[in-house]
Design a protein around this ligand. Structure first.
Ligand code: GLU
Length: 507
C-alpha cells in the first residue's frame, strides 16, 4: 500500500521566521497538497537558551497571511498532539534510554569546564576538539566507568548527557530526493548530545527523529543547513529499528544574497532596503525589522515569488496561484544550486498581482488613504478610479498619488510642464476646446475623445500640445493616464471648472 504523505514544518521559535523558512513551509505545503497528504506544524522548542517569546505566534500568523493552512499543529491539535516539543518532554527520555540499552548511546559526565579545557588545549595545538570515537573511551563516560560508578553518579545528582555512539568507520549510504545518493564515512562525525539531564530535555536530533517517527512523517523537506545532520539521522533510525518507516529526505537549496555568494541575511535586507521577513517583527530588545506584509506586498505575490526561488515549473509560466502551484509542484524540479534573491523581481510580482486584483478590493485599500486626505467617496467611484491606473502601481500605497487628482482639483501646477506647454497659442486653443466641450451633454472617452480629436485636426491645431495643456489644467501635470478617461470620471462640469481655474492661476 502507498504510504500516506505526511510532512511537517518544524521551526524553532528563536525569532522572526526568515523568508527561507517560509519557503520551506511552502514547499512542504505544496508537496502535501499535491499528494492529498497532511501538512503539520510542529514547534521545536527544546532549546530553552534560544527560545524567544512571541516567535511561535509570529510563525503561525505568517503562515496564515501566506495562505499556508496546517492540518495538524499547535493551534488545531490532531491525532499526535501535543505538537509543541516542550509539551512532549515526558516522551523522550525512554528513547534515550533505549539507545543506551542497545549500545547505541552512552552517558557522559564531562563538566562544561573540562570540555572547555579540552577544546582550548586542542586549539593551542592548532586542532579542533571533537567528541568522538578517538576520545570517548578515555573521558568521563559510561564506556569507561563501571556500571556501579555510573549509577552512583546519577543517583547523587551529577549532571549527565546522553551521547550517540557514532560507529568508528562505516560508510553511511543516504538518498536525497533533490541531491541523489550521498555517502559519508562516520569517521568524520562526532558523538552528538541527544539528551541533557540539566533541563531534562532532548536535543534537536533526538526530539526530531522521535517525533517524525511517532507522527508518521513520510517526507522530511528542509533547508540545506540540515544536510550535515543526515548521517546521524539515518543512524538514529537504524538504531531505533525504524528504518522501514524512515521518511524520505529532501534538502532544499539556500536562498542567496542578491549579489554574489552567501546566504541571504537580515543584514542584506537592511543594506539594500528589502524585508527578509514575511511580517514586521519587533525583537525583544525593541529592534524592528521590516515585513513584506507591512511593506505593501500582497500575500499571493509574495508566495508566487518565493515558490520560484529554487523551483521551476519547466515552462515559461511565471504567474501561479496557490492552486496552480499545487498542481505544478514537484520536488524533482527543485534545484540543487542556491537561488539568488532578487528584490526587483519581488516588486515585479507585486505589480502583476495589483494589476490582477479586483478593482473593488483595491478600492477598499484606497478608501482609507483618500479619507486621510479628507476625500470621501463610494467604493464604486474608488473602484472606477483604480481601474484607470492600477497598471501603474507596484504597491497599494501608489494608488493614492495615482488617483488623488481624480477626486481633488490641482492646487498647484507642475512648473516644468507649465514652462513647456502653457504657451499663449495653446492656452488660446484650450479656451476654444472648453467651448467645444461645453457643447457635449457629457464627456465620455468613447464618444467625446474621437470627436475632439477630429475637431483638433479640422482646426489644424497640434494634438500633442493641446492635449498636454489640457492635462495640466485637469491634473496639474502633463503626465498620467488617458485624459479623456479622467474627464469622463470627473464629469463635464468639473472638467470645465478645472480648465477655468487653470486659466486663472497660470494667466
Ligand atoms: N527545528 C529545525 C529548524 O529550526 C527543524 C529542522 C528539520 O526540519 O529537521 O529548522
Amino acid at each position: 500500500m502507498e504510504r500516506r504523505v505526511r510532512v511537517r514544518f518544524a521551526p524553532s521559535p528563536t525569532g522572526a521566521l526568515h523568508i527561507g523558512g517560509v519557503r520551506t513551509a511552502l514547499y512542504n505545503y505544496l508537496f502535501a497538497r499535491s499528494h492529498g497528504g497532511d501538512f503539520i506544524l510542529r514547534i521545536e522548542d527544546t532549546d530553552s537558551q534560544r527560545f524567544v517569546p512571541g516567535a511561535e505566534a509570529y510563525i503561525i500568523e505568517a503562515l496564515k497571511w501566506c495562505g499556508i493552512k496546517t492540518d495538524e499543529g499547535v493551534e488545531q491539535g490532531g491525532p499526535h498532539a501535543p505538537y509543541r516539543q516542550s509539551e512532549r518532554k515526558a516522551i523522550y527520555l525512554q528513547y534515550a534510554q533505549q539507545l543506551i540499552d542497545s549500545g547505541n548511546a552512552y552517558y557522559a559526565f564531562d563538566s562544561a569546564e573540562s570540555l572547555d579545557a579540552m577544546r582550548k588545549e586542542a586549539e593551542s595545538k592548532g586542532q579542533t576538539f571533537a567528541y568522538n570515537y578517538q576520545v570517548r573511551n578515555q573521558l568521563e563516560t559510561s564506556l569507561k566507568l563501571s556500571a556501579d560508578e555510573v549509577r552512583q553518579r546519577i543517583e547523587r545528582g551529577d549532571q549527565w548527557v546522553v551521547r550517540f555512539k557514532m560507529p568508528e568507520n562505516e560508510n553511511v549510504e543516504m538518498d536525497d530526493i533533490i541531491r541523489g545518493h550521498i555517502t559519508i564515512n562516520t569517521s568524520t562525525l562526532d558523538d552528538k548530545v541527544l539528551y541533557k539531564s540539566a533541563d531534562q530535555l532532548p536535543t534537536y536530533h533526538l526530539a526530531n527523529i522521535v517525533d517524525d517517527h511517532l507522527m508518521e512523517i513520510s517526507h522530511v523537506i528542509r533547508g540545506e543547513e540540515w544536510l550535515p545532520s543526515l548521517p546521524l539521522h539515518y543512524l538514529l533510525y537504524r538504531a531505533f529499528g525504524w528504518t522501514d518507516t524512515q521518511p524520505q529526505f529532501a534538502h532544499l537549496p539556500l536562498l542567496l544574497k542578491p549579489q554574489g555568494q552567501g546566504k541571504l541575511s537580515k543584514r542584506d535586507g537592511d543594506k539594500f532596503g528589502f524585508p527578509v521577513f514575511p511580517l514586521r517583527w519587533v525583537a525583544p530588545d525593541g529592534e524592528v525589522s521590516a515585513g513584506y506584509r507591512e511593506d505593501g506586498y500582497l500575500p499571493e505575490a509574495f508566495i508566487n515569488m518565493l515558490a520560484l526561488l529554487g523551483w521551476n515549473p519547466g515552462t515559461e509560466q511565471e504567474i501561479f496561484s496557490m492552486d496552480e502551484l499545487i498542481s505544478a509542484f514537484s520536488l524533482e524540479k527543485v534545484s540543487k544550486a542556491g537561488a539568488r534573491f532578487n528584490p526587483e523581481k519581488a516588486k515585479w510580482f507585486n505589480a502583476q498581482y495589483i494589476r490582477k486584483c479586483d478593482d473593488a478590493k483595491l478600492a477598499e485599500l484606497l478608501l482609507p488613504m483618500l479619507a486621510e486626505k479628507g476625500v470621501s467617496t463610494t467604493v464604486e467611484r474608488a473602484a472606477k478610479a483604480v481601474s484607470l491606473i492600477k497598471e501603474r502601481a507596484t504597491f497599494p500605497k501608489d494608488l493614492l498619488p495615482l488617483t488623488e487628482y481624480m477626486f481633488v482639483a490641482p492646487s498647484s501646477y507642475d512648473e516644468k510642464s507649465v514652462a513647456k506647454f502653457w504657451k499663449p497659442e495653446n492656452v488660446e486653443n484650450l479656451k476654444k476646446l472648453a467651448v467645444k466641450l461645453a457643447e457635449f451633454d457629457k464627456i465620455t472617452a468613447a464618444e467625446t475623445e474621437p470627436a475632439i480629436h477630429q475637431w483638433i485636426v479640422d482646426n489644424q491645431m497640434s494634438m500633442g500640445q493641446l492635449m498636454n495643456t489640457l492635462r495640466i489644467a485637469i491634473l496639474g501635470i502633463s503626465q498620467g493616464p488617458s485624459i479623456f478617461d479622467i474627464c469622463e470620471f470627473i464629469g463635464k462640469d468639473e472638467t470645465l471648472r478645472r480648465i477655468e481655474a487653470a486659466m486663472k492661476a497660470n494667466g
